[in-house]
Ligand binder design. Structure first.
Ligand code: CTP
Length: 404
């Protein structure tokens, strides 16, 4: 059993009789939790109609590079950025030839050049075409660039011949797509993530909170699961479904988050504080609903414990990663937080339009020691995966240094 919860897959369909199987593949990917957008080449539309794929995916199918309507809804560069994985099934001999030479003459080949996400191809063609030296050379080039080529299978072909060239079955493609998200860089480690906002009660019906959606923290937890870690996620109130294979602990206030973290911390190797914890809470919470009897009303607040700083200050502190959401002076503020809270790493994001809070997309600058790395605007899922890779590198390095 595999799962693709929340993964954004751009399914590219090229011209070949196996194109009809792309409809089954689309359904399977969706059934396993993926969000799929379909791009079809002109030749693919000769074998299966965009309408079929549109009806199944519930989203407009993209066929043209310069189509005013689809470009205004989601331009080809946005589409390339949107994808967590570009999966091309079936990939024809012609497409493989164009891709290996870096052509960008139609939407799908352009997307393949424009994306920084992993690309996976499931070739399908006549066995002689597959065995042809030209195709084999093209494939070698593609594989050398880190593109995953899955299949083809051997057997009876639609053209009546028998040999290698049949697209592997949709079930196997979907399972390999899911596996492509999994690494083992954190296997054996125990990871604790906080996510979402906290709510500080004013009275039984009111509270102070913030715009955090929890998506970044949930994506980090998912990426850590995929990296083989044992993950616990302490979450403030969000509208997200529990990530598979992670322990979920729901909390409401900063005080609850603090005690949940402290209960877990002695068995934690890596602590990632992605929650937007309220800095202040009320001195006293009114027992009854406050009435609007006066013209003005003052709330008296007290500072909450800084969970992240307290964890980093522990004697046997885990590898500690903070987040910093900033509206100005990103680098300076992040560096200051890194040092003052004595963190191993901090991931800073500029809060702005379509970025950070309450958004699908984010961009991060990650700081550690004297180094930093810029992670360009991408989906939170993809950013989380890159962040987990950076964390794993630094965590493993620190552990090696400790044992020497
Ligand atoms: N954080 C925390 N506990 C708090 C406040 C913040 O653990 N009471 C953590 C957040 O999860 C985040 C980091 O500290 O990883 C930075 O949070 P941020 O709100 O950006 O910074 P603050 O330290 O609160 O500083 P300021 O609000 O002044 O920018």
């Amino acid at each position: 059993m595999y799962q693709l919860t929340g993964k954004r897959i751009l399914l590219g369909v090229t011209g070949g009789i196996a194109a009809y199987k792309a409809a089954v593949l689309l359904r399977l990917l969706q059934q396993h939790g993926a969000v799929v957008r379909v791009v079809m080449t002109r030749n693919a539309c000769e074998f299966i109609t965009p309408l079929t794929m549109q009806a199944l995916s519930g989203k407009p199918v993209h066929t043209e590079l310069l189509d005013l309507e689809t470009e205004s809804a989601m331009g080809h560069i946005d589409l390339a950025r949107w994808a967590d994985l570009v999966l091309i099934a079936p990939a024809s001999a012609n497409f493989i030839a164009r891709y290996s030479n870096g052509f960008a003459e139609d939407l799908l080949s352009t997307l393949c050049l424009a994306t920084s996400s992993p690309v996976m191809l499931a070739p399908a063609m006549n066995q002689q075409m597959w065995l042809n030296a030209a195709t084999q050379e093209n494939l070698k080039k593609i594989i050398a660039r880190g593109i995953a080529v899955i299949g083809p299978a051997e057997g009876d072909q639609a053209c009546g011949e028998n040999g290698p060239g049949r697209m592997i079955e949709p079930e196997e493609i979907a399972s390999l797509a899911a596996k492509s998200f999994e690494t083992n860089i954190l296997s054996g480690s125990r990871l604790l993530v906080t996510a979402g906002p906290t709510r500080e009660a004013i009275d039984p019906v009111r509270f102070i909170s913030n715009r955090s959606s929890g998506r970044m923290g949930y994506a980090v937890a998912m990426a850590a699961v995929e990296a083989g870690a044992e993950v616990s996620l302490i979450s403030g109130p969000v509208n997200l479904s529990a990530p598979d294979r992670a322990e979920l602990i729901n909390v409401t206030s900063a005080a609850e988050m603090y005690s949940a973290v402290m209960q877990k911390i002695s068995t934690t190797d890596i602590f990632i504080s992605a929650a937007a914890v309220a800095d202040y809470s009320l001195d006293t919470i009114a027992e009854q609903k406050i009435k609007k009897s006066s013209d003005s009303y003052e709330l008296s607040l007290q500072k909450n414990p800084d969970i992240l700083a307290e964890v980093a200050a522990l004697n046997s502190a885990p590898f500690t990663v903070g987040f910093a959401a900033e509206t100005e002076n990103l680098e300076l503020n992040a560096q200051t937080k890194l040092r003052s809270k004595k963190l191993d790493m901090i991931a800073a994001n500029q809060v702005g339009e379509d970025l950070g809070f309450d958004s699908e997309m984010n961009a991060l600058t990650v700081f550690w020691g004297a180094e930093h790395k810029q992670l360009q605007k991408a989906s939170k899922t993809r950013l989380a995966r890159t962040l987990i890779t950076l964390i794993a590198d630094q965590y493993n390095e620190k552990n090696i240094n400790k044992t020497h």
